[in-house]
Design a protein around this ligand. Structure first.
Ligand code: DC
Length: 225
């Protein structure tokens, strides 16, 4: 039998990372943070000094990169060629770079099999923009998580402030609007709900409520007790 999969797609700041991490931990499934892979491609491109529009070399770098995700005492760590790059990946500039390279079909194609290889028993919770539409179209449960742009900007602001970043709320709101526009209007795998996705608007909801809804949906499909 194929490994069961739950996909959680949505725009930046919708809470999909936090929700998928919590669900995967509660049911002891694997997790794929697909956004981290796009962030890594942007980072590698910058480190290798690739021209910002050199699609072919970015796609080659995406195929070649040596990545591992580790669960440590301070949460998840991302290693690139054995080096811990977690902090660099979380920055807004890495997010903006990721959104740019993610618009290129060649880069998306280069990352496709790597993402699908995360599906291992007992199950996978995968979050991103196209998990339910392109990467795992046969997923058992598909969620599309949204929230108002104001709330998403505020959440990202709090997250970054907790990490000591001095970014302003106004700058973040602009950044989120730009990223939304790019991610939803690109030709290759644009951000949109799969036809069979459950849309959850998390504006005004606590994380626990959203996690509870996902757990209920999985239970109703007998994915877990
Ligand atoms: O989820 P995130 O903020 O880490 O994602 C960063 C960027 O990567 C996002 O703006 C668009 C891109 N992305 C994508 O195109 N497809 C995915 N499955 C995940 C991320």
């Amino acid at each position: 039998m194929a490994t069961p999969i739950v996909t959680i797609d949505g725009p930046s700041g919708s809470g999909k990372g936090t929700v998928s991490r919590a669900v995967a931990s509660i049911v002891s499934w694997h997790r794929l943070d697909s956004g981290a892979l796009y962030r890594l491609v942007a980072l590698v491109g910058r480190e290798q000094g690739l021209a910002p529009d050199d699609v072919k070399r970015h796609a080659e770098a995406a195929l070649a990169m040596d990545v591992s995700f580790l669960e440590g005492p301070e949460g998840e760590r991302v290693l690139l060629g054995g080096q811990d790059v977690t902090a660099e990946l979380r920055s807004e500039s890495a997010g903006a770079g990721a959104s740019r390279v993610a618009a290129w079909p060649q880069v998306r194609q280069a990352l496709l099999e790597r993402q699908q290889a995360f599906a291992r028993p007992p199950g996978l919770v995968a979050d991103g923009r196209d998990m339910g539409t392109v990467v795992f179209p046969r997923a058992e449960v598909k969620i599309f998580l949204t929230a108002s742009p104001e709330e998403r900007a505020l959440r990202r602001y709090k997250q970054l402030k907790d990490k000591g970043s001095g970014v302003s709320l106004a700058a973040l709101s602009r950044e989120i609007a730009e990223r939304d526009a790019r991610d939803t209007t690109r030709r290759a795998a644009p951000l949109k709900p799969a036809p069979d996705a459950h849309v959850i608007d998390s504006t005004g909801l606590a994380i626990e409520e959203v996690v509870g809804r996902v757990l209920t949906l999985g239970r109703s499909r007998s994915l877990w007790p």
